[in-house]
Design a protein around this ligand. Structure first.
Ligand SMILES: *Cc1c(COP(=O)(O)O)cnc(C)c1O
Length: 342
């Protein structure tokens, strides 16, 4: 009963096998491996973006912070939801890598930035000339930190507001596959067609050992990213092991198959909650992450029975975060639901 996060799961066997295969013999280092050339071509085809540039890193924090550094001046603001991973879960890495850019947290129900919220923030920053920070970029997250998803149309509405001010747009896609499965959108529809310039394309949470792709739809910044990645200590020397993970991840649409399982188990949990007295969803949960309100004492009981997840409290009310992964089974879901029941 491991529902704390999708990164408590292991590595998908197809990806582990690819890493073992990549271990044979010698290959060029630092991203010059032949596997990386195939990954780049594959991502370009997948996103219908023949010019896109692709760089791999080992953590999502590196992907986000390097992406933001590429599109934000040190004296500028990054507009993001107030609960965004970049704002609350990266130990200041975006501020550090951008050289001091200011993160502006935008409130919004269910983890989502709204056009009204973004308009308000855009109108309140960058209005005091040399004395205040300037407007820098917009960063959205899909699947959001609240487990909700943006449709491509919702993303396009937000990026349009940013673009009207000349701001580039980043998407934190640590759970990009889960967002696509939940919406039925194509990779292109969810990104550049909706105004996204830079994507952190997650692999780790969805079955890889540790790899995320930074996808630049505007390739003019590719060399700068190359330099920033190296300077930050994030250029993997035996890079073939990052490439091999991503190649196997995309092979035969494995990434979508893995996310389909995670989302299906998320939906099975949503259904199972109907059997848990006093449980109700705090946010809509169309993907693999849910936040149910729970009756008093439920978290303690489930913990005693061995369920592992984030138990939380708001005022006197208790709630939980459950995340299903590529490897979650129906038995795991049934066990958790039983542990929650009196
Ligand atoms: C997990 C996660 C990341 C990446 O985190 P790392 O621990 O640095 O790999 C980024 N964004 C979101 C929304 C996440 O959930």
């Amino acid at each position: 009963m491991f529902f704390a996060s999708d990164n408590t799961s292991g590595v998908a066997p197809q990806i582990m096998a690819a890493m073992v295969r990549a271990n044979e013999g010698y290959m060029k280092s630092y991203g010059a491996d032949a596997i990386m050339a195939r990954v780049r071509a594959r991502i370009r085809a997948l996103f219908e973006a023949p010019e896109a540039e692709v760089h791999l890193v080992a953590t999502g924090t590196a992907a986000n912070a390097l992406s933001l550094a590429l599109i934000t001046q040190p004296w500028a603001a990054v507009f993001a939801h107030e609960t965004a991973h970049i704002a609350v879960d990266e130990c200041g890495a975006p501020e550090f890598y951008t050289g001091g850019a200011k993160l502006i947290g935008i409130p919004g129900e269910h983890g989502k930035v709204t056009p009204e919220g973004l308009s308000r923030a855009l109108g309140s920053i960058g209005e005091s000339g040399v004395h205040g920070v300037q407007r820098g970029c917009l960063s959205l997250t899909n699947v959001t930190e609240a487990g909700t998803v943006y449709t491509p149309a919702e993303i396009a509405a937000l990026t349009a507001l940013a673009k009207a001010r000349g701001l580039p747009c980043h998407l934190d896609g640590a759970r990009f596959a889960n967002a696509l499965v939940a919406t039925g959108a194509t990779p292109a529809e969810m990104t550049w067609k909706a105004g996204i310039d830079v994507l952190s394309f997650g692999g780790t949470k969805n079955g890889c050992m540790g790899v995320e792709a930074v996808v630049l739809f505007d390739p003019s910044k590719a060399w700068e990213l190359e330099l920033r990645r190296k300077r930050a200590g994030h250029l993997f020397s035996k890079h073939r092991f990052l490439s091999a993970q991503f190649e196997a991840y995309l092979e035969g649409d494995l990434w979508l198959t893995l996310a389909q399982n995670a989302n299906a188990m998320g939906q099975s949990l949503v259904q199972g909650l109907a059997r848990v007295p006093g449980a109700s969803l705090r946010h809509p949960a169309p993907a693999n992450m849910l936040f149910p309100w729970l009756a008093p004492g439920t978290n303690a009981r489930a913990a005693e029975r061995g369920a592992q997840y984030y138990a939380m409290q708001e005022g006197a009310r208790e709630y939980a975060r459950f995340v299903a992964s590529w490897s979650t089974t129906q038995d795991d879901v049934d066990a958790l639901i039983s542990a929650l029941c009196p």
